[in-house]
Design a protein around this ligand. Structure first.
Ligand code: UD1
Ligand code: UDP
Length: 360
């Protein structure tokens, strides 16, 4: 069997890394295709280097653009690689434009599609990611649901149970693996002059938050209200948000703006934060896994397991609600169970792929 792993953005590289490690150890015939959706060093290459991932065989250099431009260019370019390489299966992870393009290009070329992290739903079609998730799930042949909830969602959408497997989320594998390595390599708290449990960590990049001037201003106002806790707020700024802050002429003197950091540094920042504030999908999961309370700056989440566990609250973009949720979460005792699996998702998915290929 020959497999193509398709990646394009920071979270896909991180969440595919456990699978790549298992493929390497089992000598599986595969190669990596990178769409080039993310391309800045600190959003892309840095993760290949730090996580010691093999080089990609193809980088399609698609870069940034409108959704239609990005998706259509990826579709065409992925198709031409698939024609040449003729893999038996492609694997995509998550909900980005790279994922939708990869899944569509393969299914239209009669190549099997495996979707890692299938079955997530925010039920908010205003998010580009929600459309990508639904369409990808419905053209996939193998769906790797991270949780029972995600499995039930897929079955509820009439996807055959024969295609769906509950595997846990590969983010648990990635967190566990890299927690063991990071402290030997970096000490970001000293670099930034921070003390454990004495700072907040912020990430913010969702299109519906940061491309909307009013919402972004409201979120910044909410973050200003957090001044009353007397703790610094460290904010590695996503390039989309950096651009919007410039466009809107928005500034904040309560935020400690830094460039996006590598995975070891980010995990360290998360692990020692007293509170995480975010609109990221992966960061909601990681904070839950690490036992750090989280306030999500969105009205909904496709990770309801974090709400059920008690690790996360939804504050939306309402300044007062951001302050209120921060106060509640700071007082919350961190005793929740991690709902995303045991850190063996990469192995489980590989086992399923091997037996699926044997059966065909
Ligand atoms: C994309 C995904 C989002 C995911 C995020 C992870 C889609 C629809 N969105 O959003 O689901 O959560 O990645 O971080 O697929 N830019 C750079 N350097 C880069 C990449 C982007 O400067 O390496 C800037 C460009 O100005 C670009 C903007 O960021 O226009 C947005 O990039 P894009 O890939 O379109 O979307 P993200 O916001 O990164
Ligand atoms: N991350 C990182 N450096 C940063 C910010 C985030 O390594 O400066 C990691 C984080 O640990 C998580 C992933 O990037 O694993 C989340 O990516 P992002 O928030 O961009 O995308 P999403 O998960 O929302 O799709």
């Amino acid at each position: 069997m020959k497999i193509t792993i398709i990646v394009g953005t920071r979270p896909e590289i991180i969440k595919m890394s456990p699978l790549i490690r298992v493929f390497e150890s089992r000598d599986i015939n595969y190669f990596i295709l990178h769409t080039g959706q993310h391309y800045s060093y600190n959003m892309d290459r840095i993760f290949f280097e730090q996580l010691q991932l093999p080089d990609v065989k193809y980088n399609l250099d698609v870069g940034s653009g409108s959704h239609a431009k990005q998706t259509s260019e990826m579709l065409l370019k992925i198709e031409s690689v698939l024609k040449k390489e003729k893999p038996d299966l492609i694997l995509v992870e998550g909900d980005t434009n790279t994922v939708l393009s990869g899944a569509l290009a393969a299914s239209k070329s009669d190549i099997k599609v495996g979707h890692v992290e299938a079955g997530l739903r925010s039920y908010d079609r205003g998010m580009p990611e929600e459309v990508n998730r639904v369409l990808t799930d419905h053209c996939s042949d193998l769906l790797f649901a991270p949780t029972v909830n995600a499995y039930n969602t897929l079955i509820g959408e009439n996807i055959s149970s024969e295609k769906v497997y509950i595997t846990g989320n590969t983010i648990v594998d990635a967190v566990k693996h890299n927690l063991r390595l990071m402290d030997d390599d970096v000490d970001v708290l000293s670099e930034l002059g921070l003390e454990p449990q004495k700072y907040f960590l912020l990430t913010l990049h969702r299109q519906e938050n940061v491309d909307d001037r009013t919402k972004l201003k409201n979120i910044f106002l909410g973050l200003e209200y957090l001044r009353e806790f007397g703790l610094p707020i460290v904010y590695p700024v996503h390039p989309r948000t950096r651009k919007r802050l410039n466009d809107f002429g928005l500034e904040s003197d309560v935020l400690n703006f830094i460039e996006p950091v590598d995975y070891f540094r980010f995990l360290q920042l998360e692990k020692h934060a007293s509170l995480v504030l975010t609109d990221s999908g992966g960061v909601q999961e990681e904070s839950c896994i690490l036992g750090v309370p989280c306030v999500t700056l969105r009205e909904n989440t496709e990770r309801p397991e974090t709400l059920d566990a008690g690790s996360n609250m939804l504050a939306g973009a309402d300044p007062r609600r951001i302050l209120e949720c921060a106060g509640i979460m700071l007082g919350r005792v961190n005793g929740w169970d991690n709902p995303f699996g045991d850190g063996k998702a990469g192995e489980q998915i590989t086992n399923i792929l091997e037996s699926d290929m044997d059966g065909n």
